[in-house]
Ligand binder design. Structure first.
Ligand SMILES: Cc1cc2nc3c(=O)[nH]c(=O)nc-3n(C[C@H](O)[C@H](O)[C@H](O)COP(=O)(O)OP(=O)(O)OC[C@H]3O[C@@H](n4cnc5c(N)ncnc54)[C@H](O)[C@@H]3O)c2cc1C
Length: 323
């Protein structure tokens, strides 16, 4: 078949954003290499809205089986291995998420295909596909030459832009796996995270509190600055671990990946695990007393200074005239 196959992440009745990022990248690679793009959704029921949204693909497949409900990695990997093994695509693209990591490893193991995980970039040089992959939690990047045989790539969410604008709906063909073993694991229940008061991944302006804010008592100052800028407050992990802000405000490897128009870091050192979640922000501004703080390596503008002096001065400057 020699084409590019994106494995859609389909959870709770919706296709995850990362699927569209993968479709965008697959489309770009497909155009460069003259390969078609296919997308595969695995589900235990016919999803409602899928056809209209998978347009960037030339062809869409639904692998349908009553045992392939959410979080059935074993069955999904077996069904996908059977489907992909017959077709031998050039690349199988999935995400470095709970879903993608499970199925990528399963497919690789069952078919003996190479797997590249934590991929953050994919490019073509002289018709060779090269993947950039993060190792040691993002401290080191490696470039991997993809062999001329089917390879599974698990890409980090947020690595590629999703295609913009409407696209024609893909026609969906159904494929029913035969002889699938009954599932041994059953999803018991969803444990919801605490209600997300703010979605920091959608905010255009983020004021990010690091350990440098020293205490929860100083949060009102940070919130005042965020209000003055028309943004919302996010945090590094120590601030969340200390219970000063909820988990859904955390930026970074074990938190959320953000790409705001403005990221303003206050007392954030810029550890690799934090940078992983914010380095693609459009404008990065950092305030830190330590001029050697690694955040300054990625910041477009930096202030070497004390947030307790700079932030009140900033708020003062942002105050509307006469107030
Ligand atoms: C597996 C793993 C996953 C992780 N995931 C994440 C993650 O998702 N997100 C995340 O953020 N971290 C994560 N971490 C933790 C990460 O390694 C760092 O420990 C963390 O990012 C540091 O947070 P910080 O910059 O707020 O604190 P620190 O590193 O303690 O930095 C505080 C900074 O504040 C500055 N400062 C102090 N006082 C002032 C002042 N008055 N004015 C101005 N600046 C001041 C200091 O100079 C310093 O640079 C993870 C770690 C591991 C091992």
């Amino acid at each position: 078949m020699g084409n590019l196959v994106v494995l859609a992440e389909y959870l709770r009745g919706a296709v995850a954003d990362v699927t569209f990022e993968l479709l965008g990248k697959a489309r770009e690679l497909g155009n460069l290499l003259g390969l078609s793009v296919e997308v595969v959704v695995v589900s235990d029921r016919q999803p409602d809205d899928v056809t209209g949204r998978l347009g960037p693909a030339d062809r869409a497949w639904l692998i349908l089986h009553p045992d392939l409900g959410e979080f059935q990695p074993e069955g999904m990997a077996r069904a996908l291995a059977a489907f992909l093994g017959e077709r031998r695509p050039r690349l199988v693209l999935t995400s470095t998420t709970a879903f993608g990591m499970d199925v990528a490893a399963g497919i690789g193991g069952l078919l003996g295909w190479p797997v590249v995980a934590y991929c953050s970039a994919l490019q073509v040089a002289d018709r060779t596909i090269i993947a950039t992959s993060q190792v040691y939690g993002g401290k080191v990047l490696v470039e991997v030459e993809i062999p001329d045989e089917p390879t599974v790539i698990a890409a980090l969410p947020g690595s590629f832009p999703a295609p913009v604008g409407p696209s024609a709906p893909a026609a969906v063909e159904i494929w029913e796996p035969a002889g699938l073993q009954p599932a041994r694991l059953r999803l018991r229940r969803w444990v919801e995270p605490e209600a997300a008061d703010v979605d920091i991944t959608r905010a255009e302006i983020l004021v990010v509190a690091g350990r440098g804010i020293k205490s929860a008592d100083n949060l009102p100052l940070i919130e005042e600055l965020a209000r003055a800028l028309g943004g919302v407050v996010a945090a590094s992990r120590p601030v969340v671990d200390a219970g000063w802000l909820p988990r859904n405000r955390q930026v970074g490897k074990s938190g959320l990946t953000v790409r705001p128009r403005l990221y303003l870091g206050l007392g954030v050192s810029g550890a690799p695990e934090h940078l992983e979640g914010m380095k693609d922000s459009q404008l990065i501004v950092a305030i830190n007393t330590d001029r050697k703080a690694p955040i300054f390596d990625v910041a477009h503008y930096g202030v070497v200074g004390d947030i307790f002096e700079v932030v009140p001065a900033l708020i003062e400057r942002l105050r509307p005239e006469g107030h």
